[in-house]
Design a protein around this ligand. Sequence first.
Ligand code: FPP
Length: 249
Amino acid sequence: MSLAPAPGGAERASTGGHIVPRHVAIIMDGNGRWAEQRGLPRVAGHRAGAEAVRRAMQAAVDNGVKVLTLYAFSSENWRRSDEEIADLTGLMRFYLERELGSLQKEGVRLKLIGDHSAFGKDLVERLERAVERTASNDRLTLVVALNYGSRAELVAAAAQLAKRAVAGEIAAEAIDENAIAQELQTRDLPQLDLLIRTSGEVRLSNFLLWQAAYAELLFLDVLWPDFGEAEFEAALSQFALRQRRFGGR
Ligand code: FPP
């Protein structure tokens, strides 16, 4: 049986000698509460949250993180009101347009996971255009999870492997951790090193369940719109302090 690649290689020393996670993922939570605390509509929280996305991306670039994966819209978010969904998709359209220049300037490649085809035609086209235009950038890969759910991703991987086994392309016995990892939408990304959730909630909410197997988890009390470079760097310092053993000693 072959195991998925050992996660230990997925980090390296920064110029300052700290261990820097290569792949950081964030569950951006707390936009609604941030707005509520200020007596503002929820959309104001999402707008402030989008500014925090910009800061997180810049902090990732500045600190030498290679992959930043953000949970922007879960497959469960469709349960929100039509108005809030329209606000969120409208914001994504607006920021895609506004930020494409800075993605290019900073050398950021955009990658999508989840099923973005469920969004309106205009947003889908803009997303795909941004992915194409940034395809050759290599300083940071910004992975945006849209209409993403980890269980659905695993179900799709299992179904694909079953299909290939039935077609005689692979033996059932050949289905191991690597075979599953290769069917996931993250197949071309380094192992997840650090998973952060803001807003004080302590759960994974169907995000990167397989990929988080050996990741360090960090749950922060800060609401997402208040997350900036300083919080990002503090999270990197926390990561550097943790001793990672991957089940060994
Ligand atoms: C959680 O806050 C956040 C979201 C559901 C969506 C995240 C979206 C953004 C940060 C804005 C747009 C994104 C991009 C990529 C430009 P919540 O509404 O669940 O907060 P609450 O739990 O306090 O109500």
